[in-house]
Design a protein around this ligand. Structure first.
Ligand code: SF4
Length: 225
């Protein structure tokens, strides 16, 4: 288990660094910089540690994922830059479908129905892998087979436990917390939102980007049915 003193000081020091990053001119690039800095700091702690996860493995991509709003904005901007218009439109339709029902299920129901993340393509690859959420980076398994069994629809009542690198998990959880605190310090909406819903808002909802950059809370409807 990660030492809580280490965890507290990592979170506090990273918060100070992120407050400094966010003091730069308020822009999508500045927010993206803060998100990237957070991921880099958590990864620096975790580098070289054993894990079974790798690009292309999607066993755990049935779990709900929460992101901070700047993470959602960064992913939306990345998708707009990388995807051709027809693929972006197709993804928007998938995200709209997911928003209406998939996002309301808890992890147990999603596993039972095998409702996968809307960012997973037909080949089982994460289409946003280079900018994937902090939450996804922190969920790491030390045993791929047990991870696969734990996230497959249960064939009996016994769900296998997945051995996990708790230090890596703590580093990303602390990073998430540090980023939220730095956003709050600067008066930027620091709430988290379901991944697909947040990304869709920045892709299609008029004004969300301006509200976030302007220090105004995003509409509460985004968090409701
Ligand atoms: S964002 Fe990518 S890594 Fe995270 S759950 Fe979705 S498909 Fe998996």
């Amino acid at each position: 288990m990660a030492d809580s003193g280490w965890s507290d000081s990592f979170c506090a020091e990273l918060t100070v660094r992120l407050v400094a990053v966010l003091a730069e001119a308020r822009s999508a690039a500045t927010l993206a910089h803060a998100v990237a800095e957070t991921a880099d700091a958590a990864e620096a702690v975790s580098t070289g540690r054993e894990m079974a996860c790798a690009a292309g493995c999607s066993h755990c991509c049935v779990l709900n994922v929460a992101v901070l709003l700047p993470e959602a904005l960064r992913i939306a901007d990345w998708l707009q830059e990388k995807l051709p218009p027809d693929e972006l439109l197709a993804l928007q339709k998938i995200l709209e479908g997911h928003r209406t029902w998939g996002r309301w299920m808890d992890d147990e129901e999603r596993i039972a129905r095998h409702v996968t993340c809307p960012m997973l393509d037909g080949a089982g690859c994460c289409i946003i892998y280079p900018v994937r959420p902090l939450a996804c980076r922190g969920v790491t398994s030390l045993d791929s087979e047990r991870c696969k069994d734990a996230h497959a629809p249960a064939i009996n009542d016994e769900v296998p436990l997945v051995p996990t690198d708790l230090l890596r998990r703590a580093a990303y959880d602390d990073g998430f917390m540090a980023l939220a605190q730095a956003l709050q310090f600067h008066g930027i909406d620091h709430r988290s939102i379901e991944l697909g819903t947040g990304v869709l808002a920045f892709l299609v909802a008029p004004g969300c980007r301006e509200l976030l950059l302007g220090g105004t809370r995003l509409p509460a409807e985004l968090w409701r049915f």
